[in-house]
Design a protein around this ligand. Sequence first.
Ligand code: NAD
Length: 481
Amino acid sequence: MKQIVNYINNEWIDPKTSEYIEVTNPATGQVIAKTPLCGETEVDMAAKAAAKAFPSWRQTPVQDRIQYLFRLRDLLKENHDEISRVITKECGKTFGESKAEMVRAIENVEVACGMPMMMKGDVSEDISPGIDEIMLRQPLGVCATIAPFNFPGMIPFWYLPYALATGNTYIIKPSEKVPMTMKFIFSLIEQVGFPNGVVNMVNGAKNAVDAILDHPAIRAITFVGSTQTAKYIYRRAAENGKRVQAQGGAKNPVIILPDADMEMTSTMVADSAFGCAGQRCLAVSLAITVADARNSFTEMICDAASTRTVGYGLDDGVQMGPVINSHSKERVEQLIETGSKEGASALVDGRGTTINGYEEGAFVRPTILADVEPGSDIWKTEIFGPVLSMMHVNSVEDAIELTNSHIYGNQASLFTSSGRAARKFRYEIDAGNVGINIGVAAPMAFFPFGGSRGSFYGDLKAQGQDAIDFYTDKRVVITRW
Ligand code: NAD
């Protein structure tokens, strides 16, 4: 069993708490680690170390700061398989999905390596005769990230490389459910040899988060997780005067028009709904068929759902792993029951799944719930499991209206062969990430990532130029000589 410790000021620091929670391999049910529930003491140590490191890290030329990131990128690539195995063990997704997750993490490090070009300021000469105006970008100081369980390797990298490259110092608090991935990645960070205190890790749950939200030395906070926690973090961090960005939950619709290529559509929707066992903030979880699209799509998606190979993500040929733990399995199964009670029909029912050799695993097979009603609990609730709810409307206008009436707005996709319908959808849909004939509209690292409405609290998003804007303050200097 792995003992999880903290990484503060370039040292592995034992937790000061005796409270731990167990981490299980969701496929085997085996306890594989214990996460210490650290709090104020450890956060204070990390924040002080990061604050002390800040002045000289800020003064380190940006072209030197990124040399550390080049080294980190190489180590992440060299250890790609090993990190991916750790992700699968603690998070449940397949080895292929874990590898794909780390490709995205590495891509963010690579983009941040362009920081010498990207964080330059602006100058205007003669804003009045002989007077020049300069805009400089300066780092903020100590920045922290609070991460969710579903992408233990990727999500910290929406932030860490940009925060460091722009000259900030940094603290990550991984999800207490999946602490092993960042522990492994910090063993690589240790090899990179950042100066003391530049990058730190504190493990824990609510107490650690609250200590981060309240710590006076921490200037900016990024959060990814459920909407309930996102709202709490956004409010409390803002009350404490911090710059904050909080990415929340999702219930992503896909609208299928009758002129879509049904074979491609059903394959892509199945991959989106059941990939990572539906535990992706960009997973499609509502399929809205329009007019005649209903029959052919329903038949094909049911076929794709019932033939998916479910098992341990490290075994060959497995297409879908378990959900994160037995509590989550129970919750997903209860929500399927709620849907049935509300009048939806389970065309494919994944409840009661056991996988030979992994009887203790938290497996739920792909599930299709048809005839879900707008306004029902199953329509409103983010299930975060391999459950695709289906709805039917008569026009693309109705589908757009239904989509925009939902509290979440993380992703919405349309499948069609009509350019006109695609343009209308792109123009009218209220979602942060929009897909046209795409199942998972995940932006590359050089584009901003973030949702709309109940899926996002803040203004500047993750990745790309937004990350540089988030991690720098713009200073204006006006000079006359
Ligand atoms: P979560 O909100 O339970 O936990 C996320 C983080 O917040 C963890 O580090 C946890 O320790 C902390 N936390 C949890 N409850 C807290 C509380 N009451 N007070 C203070 N801190 C608290 O989310 P999760 O279950 O780890 O992740 C799944 C959720 O994340 C889903 O809703 C999913 O849609 C969302 N998600 C969103 C995005 C996005 O980009 N919008 C990406 C990935 C995941």
